[in-house]
Design a protein around this ligand. Sequence first.
Ligand code: ATP
Length: 236
Amino acid sequence: MILLNLIDVEIFYGQMEVIKKVSINVNKGELVSVIGANGAGKTTLIKAIMGLKDIKSGKIMFEGKDITKISAWERAGLGIGYIPEGRRVFGNLTVEENLKMGCYKVKDKNAVIRNIEKTYELFPRLAERKNQLAKTMSGGEQQMLAIGRALVLEPRLLLIDEISMGLMPIMVNTCFKIIKELNESGITILIVEQNANKVLKIANRGYVLDSGNVVLEDTAINLRENDVVQKAYLGS
Ligand code: ATP
């Protein structure tokens, strides 16, 4: 069953077309990756799916519903979660306040408390530091907080933008392991990444984005063995 479906999506900044008739789909339960170099349009694409960037033409469907025109908040309410590039946590708020911020629009406060507890079980490091200001945490801990904040909303689809950016290699591995586990626990994931090597080891399928065009689409295994991908994105 298709959960997310982008049909011929075009996106502009002013006169510049940065996403060119892109069609992508993500099936329920999948972990799908969009890989591409700097400036390929990955962040723009993720923002558009979340409702943070308008599209010029095309359609975005979620669970069979056209969500192209609805706000980011409404999309979050439908079950779309978002982990932005660069770990945008609120530095002057504590860990717990950050987690609560993720769901301040949720009416059922007991559900919020339950979900925060679940997040603490998944990330004991956050539980130990619940009263610590986010800005005083390490980069890896802030990334866990950014993941945790998306999870308290119990997303059915999780959008992840460049999780490996600026992290030490050991933390990159931890983050990818967590993402794989989240996917295995039932969350469908769409992740955009420059680190093709790592992400294609955990993804089921992938798309290669080049200057706003999808130039390749295949299983992650086939993409890893593809000559073009190897030369351009896997550093061989
Ligand atoms: P990176 O891996 O470097 O983050 P990306 O693949 O995520 O790159 P985008 O950030 O989506 O790429 O940018 C795609 C193109 O759109 C780039 O040419 C970029 O300069 C341009 N762009 C991005 N944001 C804006 C903006 N707010 N105004 C004008 N142009 C923009």
